[in-house]
Write a protein that binds this ligand. Sequence first.
Ligand code: FAD
Length: 285
Amino acid sequence: MRSNVTQYDLIAPKSLDAVLQILADSPDRYTPIAGGTELMVGLGAGRLQSKKLISLWHLEELRFIEVTPDAIIIGAGTTFTDIRRHPVIAEEFSILAQAASWTGSIANQNRGTLGGNIVNASPAADSPPVLLAYDADLTLISTQGARTVPYRDFHLAYKETALEPYELLNSITISRNLSSYKTYIRKVGTRNAQAISKVAIAALARMNGNQIEDIRIGAASLREYPTRLAAAERALTGKTITPEVIAAARAAVLNEARPIDDIRSTAKYRAFVAANLLEEFLHTL
Ligand SMILES: Cc1cc2nc3c(=O)[nH]c(=O)nc-3n(C[C@H](O)[C@H](O)[C@H](O)COP(=O)(O)OP(=O)(O)OC[C@H]3O[C@@H](n4cnc5c(N)ncnc54)[C@H](O)[C@@H]3O)c2cc1C
């Protein structure tokens, strides 16, 4: 059943400080809304629990892309269109640009934000595997100040994160010191466009001759939240790629994956396709 919008209240303070103060004064009462492309679906379907929303959409303080010599810092309110169009992201963080380009439709990309994608914490979302592979850091802010959380520690359980009710995600930081890494990304969905993934892998690897010196594998739809495939990473680090090593990595993926059966796919399909995707990446190395 659709929601009755008259039961909902939306406020839009003019500054980030004002939003943080309201969150501090009334934790749990207001739910932040950025682009609204997740929350409005809930509203339409009559399952948006929070009746009080606080808008972040117009806050320029959250919508920026800053490039420093060592890192790129992306404001949580940056849209996928902003990301797709940014020259440094296109050049140096191509798998992030790729993930942004296949997130929903153009309308979604104009409105949906990177911060909303992360905090919404869907196991199937497109940007998390990339941010895991890049080993991004998140900056969380409140009236008490800022704290940094490695993105790999942000998700705690299904739809549970390290974010406190009085905090906002401010920005995402990715090191620029990644030029020696080879990258991979692939999303498997029902269609090439406008499909939520059945399974997706984003990965980075640095080679030393024939040996894998470092590898980071981010995955969607393999666990209850976006996750690194740590066992597969361990099976590959320091190894030369041989058929036996590929077989061990595949076995590690099948062992550590905890996918589910749902309307989009089956657990078995997801696990096997994830192993296939990893193998595809290893062949490119
Ligand atoms: C038709 C359609 C297709 C879609 N396709 C895809 C797809 O292919 N891939 C994909 O990954 N997603 C997809 N989505 C989901 C959605 O577009 C993305 O998750 C988007 O990034 C959400 O961002 P938003 O700004 O709209 O989030 P909102 O709906 O505004 O918020 C989502 C959640 O994040 C919280 N939040 C937002 N910003 C902050 C912040 N700065 N600090 C703290 N909390 C915050 C909100 O409180 C809420 O809980 C689709 C959605 C629709 C409707």
